[in-house]
Design a protein around this ligand. Structure first.
Ligand code: PDD
Length: 290
């Protein structure tokens, strides 16, 4: 995996080696920050406006000023992607509450936010999209503000590690008996032909891909119920899939070594994938900035 050559740092694009982290950065010390991962297709940020608004919301929910995410910032991100010469890739943006002597209480307005971003190439995961992935159930031990895209990802890291140790590509987290979401994705079941997914409340991250997929489902006459599902319902699901910026609409064909349905991607998942790919093909259309 190639390292980015350029880093956006508080309004300027600088060489990566010049981008150092201050040990007193509150993101580094407390995980006091928020982030976004944006997909780049054909050199252009996909669903940019959704990501920008979620970044503003996450920052706002943590009492951070969010004026940084203005039109100049959007233009700067596009310039960063171009400078890095990305075709298909990802844009990572991180905002921390800034650098000050270590103390838990907010430092106040005299301390500026630290805004960092970089872009990296990433191919579409076409092989996995075709055959599906395996997932592993993991207890959801996260806090009660999973709607904030915070850089505090230790529970997600642990969940993913457990999945990995069980030869699975994603974790399916559950709070008690209720399926919440993946370690880095939103989760869905198909039962009686309808799609079920956890409501976008404080127990999950409201995915930008999730919102887009729900819109695709509506456009394609697929019923979606934003309702929590139990582990029993997960075990009996006809289809399971997850969505995220990097994994798109990813079929889950095996959960804890048990096949989902007949063990291959299901028809509803396939229909949504087809609609997603068609939307990508129209990259000059309004969907791209939606
Ligand atoms: N993860 N839920 C969690 C816990 C996530 O971390 C993510 C995204 C999603 C899906 O959100 P979106 O569709 O907006 O990507 C759901 C990103 C990709 C990451 O951390 O790499």
């Amino acid at each position: 995996m190639s390292r980015p050559r350029w880093i956006w740092r508080n309004g300027a694009i600088i060489p990566r080696d010049a981008a150092t982290v201050d040990p007193d950065d509150r993101g580094y010390q407390f995980g006091d920050g928020v982030y976004e991962v944006v997909r780049i297709y054909g050199g252009r940020p996909f669903l940019w406006e959704g990501h920008r608004l979620r970044l503003i919301r996450s920052a706002g929910e943590l009492g951070m000023r969010s004026g940084f995410a203005d039109a100049a910032f959007s233009a700067g991100m596009a310039e960063l992607v171009e400078r890095e010469n990305i075709g298909d890739g990802t844009l990572y943006i991180q905002v921390t509450r800034g650098v000050c002597l270590r103390q838990q209480v907010f430092p106040g307005d005299s301390v500026d936010l630290e805004v960092t971003a970089y872009a990296r190439p990433m191919e579409r995961p076409l092989a996995d999209l075709a055959k599906g992935i395996a997932a592993w159930r993991v207890a959801d031990i996260r806090w009660l503000r999973c709607d904030i895209k915070s850089i505090n990802l230790l529970p997600n890291v642990l969940a993913r590690q457990t999945a990995c140790e069980n030869s699975c590509a994603e974790a399916l987290q559950h709070r008690g008996d209720i399926l919440t979401e993946g370690a880095f994705s939103n989760a869905y079941l198909v039962r009686d032909g309808a799609v079920y997914t956890h409501p976008a409340d404080n127990h999950i991250l409201g995915g930008i891909t999730r919102a887009f997929v729900l819109r695709l489902a509506a456009e394609n006459g697929i019923t979606v119920r934003e309702k929590p599902s139990t582990l029993e319902e997960l075990a009996q699901a006809e289809e399971v899939f997850v969505t995220s910026t990097t994994s798109e609409i990813m079929p889950v064909v095996c959960v804890n070594n048990e096949p989902v349905g007949n063990g291959s991607p299901g028809v509803v998942t396939r229909r949504l994938q087809t609609a997603f790919t068609a939307a990508l093909a129209g990259t000059t259309g309004p969907n791209f900035s939606w």
